[in-house]
Ligand binder design. Structure first.
Ligand code: ADE
Length: 233
């Protein structure tokens, strides 16, 4: 029987999932709250990692070791990097990259985190990615759902030049602050994972304001994809 670890970075990214869990129980480890119970009969552990790569890595480690999850499904919001993405679109990550991992003075490259391939990429479970894509298309329609590279760093991007660079240099579809850290640690533990993001802003000069207006609505879209995936397993 699968034991699914559900993760989001912030309260606003997991509230809908938390409200749907039955037989809810909770434990705290290292200041992190973990909620266990069932969603449509499926056993899940839900947690909030906190913002950024370090928190995401810690939480992924605890899901793998203490909770022995067999899969990790990450839900949340992101800034758009690819110009044709709109606010409230969905991006399912098909690769992950740490844009602030920079050893270029030694090897000429950015993103070469331990375990990444020679271009700095980590890859999700193809089966889970496919399942997320189908659940997202079914719920929101094909025009709203994209698959692409998600780039991660410990920075909220609200700079048109920086976001254009992330698109042009690395081919980023979306930018956020946890995905590639979850990917790195999940790969270490050989746990299949998928990362689903809904766009809350365009990571440009208006990003901070747009984010504040849209975040919760975007977060709910990504959570809905997770709820629909649960119905399919
Ligand atoms: N998450 C949502 N929007 C973001 C942005 N612009 N930069 C980084 N993480 C984000």
């Amino acid at each position: 029987q699968a034991q699914i670890g559900l993760m989001g970075a912030m309260d606003k990214e997991i509230v809908l999932l938390k409200s749907k869990i039955e037989n809810l129980d909770s434990t705290q480890i290292g200041g992190q709250q973990f909620y266990s119970g069932t969603l449509s009969g499926q056993e899940v552990i839900l947690c909030k990692s906190g913002i950024g790569k370090a928190q995401a890595a810690m939480t992924t480690t605890l899901l793998a070791t203490t909770f022995k999850v067999t899969q990790i499904w990450f839900t949340g919001i992101a800034g758009a990097a690819k110009p044709d993405l709109e606010v409230l679109d969905i991006v399912i990550g098909n690769a992950f990259f740490q844009h602030d991992f920079d050893t270029h003075t030694f090897d000429g490259k950015v993103g070469l985190a331990p375990g990444a391939d020679e271009n700095g990429f980590f890859y999700p479970s193809m089966g889970l990615q496919q399942m997320a894509f189908e659940a997202a298309v079914k719920a929101f329609g094909t025009e709203k759902v994209h698959e692409g590279l998600i780039v991660t760093g410990d920075q909220f991007i609200d700079d048109p030049q920086k976001i254009r660079m992330l698109f042009e240099t690395y081919g980023a579809s979306a930018v956020e602050m946890e995905g590639a850290a979850v990917a790195q640690i999940a790969q270490n533990f050989q746990i299949p994972y998928v990362i689903i993001r809904s766009i809350s802003d365009k990571a440009d000069g208006n990003a901070t304001q747009t984010y504040q207006e849209i975040a919760r609505k975007a977060a709910k879209i990504s959570e809905t994809v997770i709820l629909n995936m649960i119905l399919e397993i």
